[in-house]
Design a binder for this molecule. Structure first.
Ligand code: HEC
Length: 151
């Protein structure tokens, strides 16, 4: 099908940046919903909600950094979310590229964390956070939770 398109258009359709921008956050979120539920409400005591806290976190540089790290590398508690303690383990979400991680975080901001004013995540921001966090463990990321300026 692509072979029948004019060469320039075909090249534009195949270009990596175009693909990156269309990463489907809603589709990717299905894997998060297994634990955090489709609404992002979570399960008390087990899986934290992805609501007001996430919106507040996404409004501050250290919170944005933390959110990207949680998704890319996982997190293990104790952490505090909406004032409640969690002592679980979230596995690193393997197999997602930087654009997909940005897209799923933007999906959470646009749906479960309604009304936020935080700017959207980009693939470049995700790449930058990952580059500065080589070797960081889920436990170390959990410890960051207590230091966040939104807490
Ligand atoms: C296998 C279950 C599981 C899956 C899948 C999962 N999470 Fe989690 N997530 C958790 C658990 C458990 C915690 C809390 C860990 C703890 O207690 O330290 C958590 C914590 C978080 C936090 C930190 C919340 C806060 O306010 O500090 C965010 C953000 C998050 N998850 C987002 C996601 C996103 C986005 C996805 C999908 C890409 C996802 N999670 C997939 C289980 C999961």
């Amino acid at each position: 099908m692509i072979r029948r398109l004019p060469p320039l258009l075909a090249a534009a359709l195949l270009a990596a940046p175009a693909a990156a921008q269309t990463a489907d956050g809603a589709a990717i979120y299905k894997r998060c919903a297994a634990c955090h539920l489709a609404t992002g409400a979570g399960v008390p005591g087990a899986f934290p909600p992805l609501r007001a806290d996430i919106r507040a976190l996404a409004g501050k540089p250290d919170g944005r950094h933390y959110l990207v790290l949680v998704v890319t590398k996982g997190v293990s508690g104790p952490i505090t979310v909406e004032g409640k303690p969690y002592r679980g383990v979230m596995p690193a979400q393997a197999g997602l590229n930087d654009a997909q991680i940005a897209a799923v975080l933007n999906h959470v901001l646009a749906t479960s964390a309604k009304g936020g004013t935080a700017k959207p995540f980009t693939a470049a921001e995700v790449a930058q956070v990952k580059a500065g966090a080589a070797g960081m463990t889920p436990a170390a990321i959990g410890k960051l939770n207590a230091t966040l300026t939104t807490k």
